[in-house]
Write a protein that binds this ligand. Structure first.
Ligand code: ADP
Ligand code: MG
Length: 293
């Protein structure tokens, strides 16, 4: 979908957090990139066509958003039962912001995040990322997008149990590079993965498997894995949901420093208002709609 592929190393002696994106990747976030994106967005700017009852009249593609949901709807069907979960969600995520979406258990937070991450498709509505509509992209385009531009972390980490922390972080690069290219560049990529693991505080845990890590450490490894492809946005589903208060706070502080020092855009969904309140902006998911965005 996009040409902002990010294969350059952060360098083995890089600073603690910034920059996550290398110079060679200065497309993402650079003025030139912003201008190109704005032009692309202006070209596609138009008013939403659907006229469903819940929608806010006139919601349109924003030139200021990095990621935008317009009138998203999703209903799960199980046999005769229909569970309407999202009933016209409008959301605008601006570049460089740390946004929290708060909502009770079952309010549709994971559903929304999965749609934004192109892991699932909405029944209706649109999702725009970087000036391109992505909800209706082909499966191949969506796979590429997820492999290169969207990072994701989850409540239960989803690390591969047989791989060490370092191998887990390297795994996405094997996919983006392909076997041969990965072999050729392996030394450099390993250095990059090590640097990232140092950044998230796991310098001493490179060769530990997930079962040999604490919950907080597993989440740190998952964050490093999500960032190894230098994504433009990190989508986090209850990143502190399985951690005790203090460990969760440590993860929140790591996310905040990645946001402020590396200008990483983050959307985090959580039911924890103490965690959410540390974001730049908090919106609420209630009755299938977002308020306060
Ligand atoms: P949250 O993350 O806010 O706890 P979810 O997005 O996981 O909420 O779920 C919202 C609602 O949708 C819940 O009532 C849940 O039971 C239902 N749901 C989620 N996924 C599915 C599915 N695959 N099939 C049927 N119902 C689902
Ligand atoms: Mg959830």
């Amino acid at each position: 979908m996009s040409k902002h592929r990010t294969a350059s190393p952060a360098g083995p002696h890089g600073p603690t957090v910034a920059p996550l994106r290398s110079q060679a990747n200065d497309g993402a976030g650079s003025p030139a990139h912003a201008a190109a994106t704005t032009t692309a967005m202006a070209a596609t700017h138009r008013t939403r066509p659907s006229t469903a009852p819940n929608q806010v009249a006139g919601s349109s593609v924003s030139s200021e958003a990095l990621l935008q949901a317009i009138n998203l709807r999703k209903t799960y069907r199980k046999g005769k039962h229909e569970v309407p979960v999202l009933r016209g969600v409008d959301l605008e995520v601006r570049p460089g912001e740390l946004m929290a979406v708060i909502g009770q258990s079952g309010s549709g937070k994971s559903t929304l995040l999965h749609l934004l991450a192109t892991l699932d498709r909405p029944d209706d509505g649109e999702i725009w990322f970087n000036g391109q509509r992505i909800d209706n992209a082909s499966t191949r385009q969506r796979d590429r997008l997820r492999n290169r531009q969207l990072g994701m972390i989850f409540q239960f980490y989803h690390l591969l149990p047989e791989l060490t922390a370092l191998e887990n972080v390297l795994a996405p690069l094997m996919i983006t590079h392909g076997y041969l290219s990965y072999r050729v560049q392996r030394r450099r990529l390993v250095e990059r993965a090590k640097t990232l693991l140092e950044t998230v505080g796991l310098a001493e845990r490179l060769h530990h498997r997930p079962r040999e890590l604490s919950g907080g450490e597993m989440q740190r490894a998952a964050i490093a894995r999500a960032l190894i492809t230098e994504p433009q946005i990190l989508l986090a589903d209850e990143p502190t949901g399985n951690l005790d208060g203090r460990t969760g706070q440590g993860i929140m502080e790591l996310l905040r420093s990645l946001n402020s020092q590396s200008n990483l855009t983050i959307v985090m969904v959580t039911h924890d208002s103490a965690i959410a309140s540390q974001a730049d902006r908090v919106v609420q998911l209630v009755d299938g709609q977002v308020s306060g965005s």
